[in-house]
Ligand binder design. Sequence first.
Ligand SMILES: Cc1cc2nc3c(=O)[nH]c(=O)nc-3n(C[C@H](O)[C@H](O)[C@H](O)COP(=O)(O)OP(=O)(O)OC[C@H]3O[C@@H](n4cnc5c(N)ncnc54)[C@H](O)[C@@H]3O)c2cc1C
Length: 319
Amino acid sequence: MPDKEQPEWLTTLEELPLSSRLRTKESLKRFNTWRIGGSADCLIDVVNKTDLALILSFIRKHKIPWFILGKGSNLLIPDTNWPGIILHLSGEFKNWQTLETDSSYTVKNIVSAGAALADVTFAQRSVALGWGGMEFLIGIPGTIGGAIAMNAGAHGGETADFLLEAEWMDMSGELHTTPRDNLDFNYRFSELKGNYGRIITSAVFELEESDLQTAEKKMLECQQFRMEKQPYNQPSCGSVFKNPPGDYAARLIEDSGLKGKIQGEAQVSPKHANFIVNLGCASSVEIMTLIETVQETVFRNHSINLELEVQILQSAGYG
Ligand SMILES: Cc1cc2nc3c(=O)[nH]c(=O)nc-3n(C[C@H](O)[C@H](O)[C@H](O)COP(=O)(O)OP(=O)(O)OC[C@H]3O[C@@H](n4cnc5c(N)ncnc54)[C@H](O)[C@@H]3O)c2cc1C
């Protein structure tokens, strides 16, 4: 008897010759830093590019809802089951390799990193070599793929500033390598994103010459700043809203009297007003209600539309 709960495409997907692990009806709670949300019909731990190409072509052919997930540190997941495929890169996508010379054999601080490598690992490994510039990644709990897709940044630096080239796959499974100068980046914006049917697989960065002591000091300062200013010990997604031009979302929210506001188990952090924290078992609906309250109140008080920085889980494009 076919399982009515199971989508029809799942049986065909299970027949593909993959090395990657498929999980069905997997809870997504431990795949996001808010620690909320329901399950997904299917979650695949994709271990290599051969599998990724096969899966993407399959998704495109059958028009299955899909999403590429990093560490879910900038993501709101619905409370109900998500009827699609979540791609979670692992295996060879966690690679890290120093190159030290470029194509003209000039000695440089060049590193290649897989899209699934944790930002924190990237920061620690580069600092250990005395290479500077990207120490800010120590405070960003995502992956290199997520950092490029979001053009993540802090303390005056942005991921795109250090990028030399990115390798990505399109929905037909074809690999591309694009130099930084041919890519459009902006404040928390990149044209390389799952939403546009582009999956970052790895990237090459050029870091700055520094020394171990200086780079370590800078990294510790970034960490200390977060511990003082942000609710680092409570589940969150970091900044919920983008800063509007010339102002700060946190200032506008605080000025609107919303710091500490509670909706069920979700709260506008009393420590940093642009963070919404999960007090225990917050639902996605509670977080969304609080987001809408903040947007409406700030608009009433300041005539400013706060744009979301956090991504809401919905099917990415087919390219
Ligand atoms: C405590 C805390 C502090 C934070 N501080 C900062 C900060 O200082 N600065 C900052 O910029 N952000 C910050 N963030 C937000 C978040 O960490 C970043 O946006 C991060 O880059 C997201 O990476 P991720 O791997 O978790 O991506 P996810 O949240 O999993 O995904 C985010 C988006 O990137 C896309 N994506 C992920 N991987 C890929 C890939 N391989 N190919 C294509 N698209 C991909 C997803 O589809 C999604 O659209 C913070 C978050 C937390 C929880």
